[in-house]
Design a protein around this ligand. Structure first.
Ligand SMILES: [Zn+2]
Length: 618
């Protein structure tokens, strides 16, 4: 792929100069957005649960940049395209020729539309495949009521193309609207202006007036109820889960207010959440106006609501200021991880914030043992031509956050907070690169406060593997006390019966589980399980870590609850390590493979892909 410099369209709001920016086109997209950009999308689709398809048409409004261009290249994956039309100057639609390239495993199929002129709009008639990588069609048995089917999308990173023919790159932003037909009795929601009072008569209608990149296109259809949480926030969930969800998310409005006081107004209107059935492959997905969430975060004690803080934080880092290509992923996730801790701290206090941060940093250090050094850097200098060069998707979260935390601690919050708010304000509704951030950092923080970080250290943070030796590790006093308990229990001087866990928060259990993993014996884990029923705890973060430690210790009494967990939870971050650990144990390998055989069809295609890969490695 070539590196092409081009005129960025003059859509910037704050820095309103047309600036020359040289960067590569997104290698994960076939779109030539240096020639033409989508400015608006309209979807008119019908959902067919029997066939597991969406079918209808998409209208793309186009903004032509290169006056000589006569081709529109879109990204698709497994779309059956029947007809494409262009809008003529006289207002009538005419069929235009198109070709589809051979499918590429990673990128899908390029769609080339040949045009005689530069039409304002192009209309694509198509149908999705039942195997569309972004869509999961659940049978009624996979829902709580067991009565009606359910469907949801997950477009990030490059799967929007499996349900919409689109310029599928975070470098292009567009507004959208939609009309969706769905079976009676099912509700349709999207990453747009959901109206809790809508009935869907004559089709469900949506409008998204803010320009978003394609990976934030989202849809879900199913039996769902709505509960308001505040004037501008609420939750959708399966009817049987709505009460628990509304209780768990009670602090949402306070979180929005806390984030606003740090980084300026919430710009997306409503902030609603949708709790999905358990096969949702991620913890949460920051679809604008409607965060999608795993039900595994409903612990019954509000102990895992940092996940909401994380998805809400994306309303600034990611959705408002977006990584220009996936190479710059840390700009979305590292920043969001940093902002999450700030929201947690302002709601629940410094101690809570520090405990979270310490665990995050410990898990980052632990990750270094398994992530290849070439993937440990936030950034690399290779031209952006292949995703094989990109940083590890897990590590950039805590490592990116750690860099921002370091800058914040050294500059002081009085300096750093307005600096970060300025980054969001000045790049709002834009797609940005790491180089742009480094530029902004030098001009707006390091030029005035050179003692904060020198060139060599900044270089190390961005381009070197590992965590710089200069990085300060957070030490929570409360967790330090737990260390002594942990060591004494592991060594046998503190019997399980004397473990005083009454005042422990979930984060302390998480720390304890991390600390005993690979060290505790099967007998110790059995004792712990009998005393605290850990194998059946409703806190899935604790359960996941307990199972992991149990597998590694060869404690096999947990097989029944572990199997239930693997059959019911499709969240990749939990499922992948559990299978990986089962495969490592000679006596668990066959059992793990058998469980997966049964569980596979319940998982989202993204999770299937991940576990398939692990199974093939062994
Ligand atoms: Zn995130």
């Amino acid at each position: 792929m070539n590196t092409i410099s081009f005129l960025r369209a003059a859509t910037c709001v704050v820095l309103c100069h047309v600036s020359m920016l040289a960067y590569a086109l997104d290698p994960l997209s076939y779109a030539r957005y240096d020639q033409v950009k989508t400015s608006d999308l309209h979807l008119d689709l019908k959902a067919d649960f029997a066939k597991k398809t969406l079918s209808g048409h998409a209208v793309l409004s186009l903004e032509w940049i290169d006056k000589s261009a006569r081709t529109l290249d879109l990204d698709t994956r497994e779309l059956a395209i029947s007809k494409i039309e262009a809008l003529g100057a006289n207002g009538s639609w005419t069929s235009v020729p198109f070709t589809l390239d051979k499918a590429d495993q990673e990128k899908g199929q390029a769609l080339h539309i040949t045009l005689a002129s530069q039409p304002a709009k192009v209309r694509v008639f198509y149908r999705t495949a039942p195997t569309a990588s972004a869509l999961q069609w659940l049978n009624p048995v996979q829902t709580m009521s067991g009565k009606r089917p359910f469907m949801f999308s997950q477009s990030q990173s490059i799967d929007a193309r499996s349900w919409v023919p689109v310029q599928d790159t975070p470098a292009v932003r567009f507004t959208y609207s939609a009309r969706i037909d769905a079976p009676q009795g099912l509700r349709v929601v999207m990453s747009a202006d959901n109206d809790p009072k809508a009935t869907g008569k004559g089709g469900w209608r949506f409008k998204m007036p803010q320009a978003i990149p394609s990976y934030l296109l989202a849809i879900s259809i199913g039996e769902m109820d709505f509960r308001a949480l505040g004037a501008r926030s609420g939750v959708y969930a399966e009817p049987k889960r709505i009460k628990a969800a509304a209780w768990e998310f009670a602090d949402t409005e306070k979180m929005i207010t806390a984030a606003e006081s740090l980084y300026g107004p919430y710009r997306w209107g409503r902030y609603d959440m949708l709790v999905l059935p358990p096969s949702f492959p991620y913890g949460g997905m920051e679809n604008p106006r409607l965060t999608f969430l795993t039900p595994t975060m409903i612990a019954g004690d509000r102990s895992l609501v940092d996940l909401i803080a994380h998805e809400l934080a994306h309303s600034w880092s990611g959705n408002l200021v977006t990584n220009a290509t996936w190479k710059h992923f840390w700009l979305n996730e590292g920043f969001t991880t940093y902002v999450t801790t700030r929201i947690i701290e302002s709601l629940y206090g410094v101690e809570e914030g520090e405990m979270n941060l310490q665990i995050e940093q410990e898990e980052a250090i632990a990750m270094l043992a398994t992530v290849p050094p070439a993937k440990q850097a936030l950034m690399n200098r290779n031209p952006d031509t292949s995703s094989a060069d990109y940083a590890d998707e897990g590590l950039v979260y805590p490592k990116g956050a750690w860099l921002l935390r370091t800058l914040e601690q050294r500059a002081g919050r009085a300096v750093f907070d307005p600096f970060l708010r300025g980054w969001f304000d000045q790049h709002a509704m834009q797609s940005v690169t790491s180089e742009q951030f480094v530029d902004y950092l030098r001009k707006n923080l390091l030029a005035q406060h050179p003692q904060v970080m020198g060139d060599a250290e900044l270089e190390e943070w961005l381009y070197a593997p590992g965590i710089p030796a200069s990085a300060v590790r957070v030490k929570s006093a409360r967790l330090a006390a737990l260390d002594a308990t942990l060591t004494a229990w592991l060594g046998g001087s503190l019997p399980t019966a004397k473990l005083d866990t009454k005042a422990w928060k979930a984060i302390e259990w998480i720390k304890f589980m991390n600390g005993i993993d690979g060290k505790a014996t099967a007998a110790q884990l059995k004792e712990l399980d009998e005393a605290f029923s850990l194998a059946t705890t409703s806190n899935n973060e604790v359960a996941f870590r307990f199972y992991r430690a149990a597998i590694n210790a060869g404690y096999r009494d947990i097989r029944a609850p572990l199997k239930a967990f693997l059959l019911n939870v499709g969240r990749q971050r939990m499922v992948l390590p559990l299978y990986a650990n089962l495969l490592k144990q000679a006596d668990d390998k066959a059992w793990g493979a058998a469980v997966y055989k049964q569980a596979r069809m319940r998982y989202h295609p993204a999770t299937q892909k991940g576990v398939d890969k692990k199974m093939a490695e062994k």
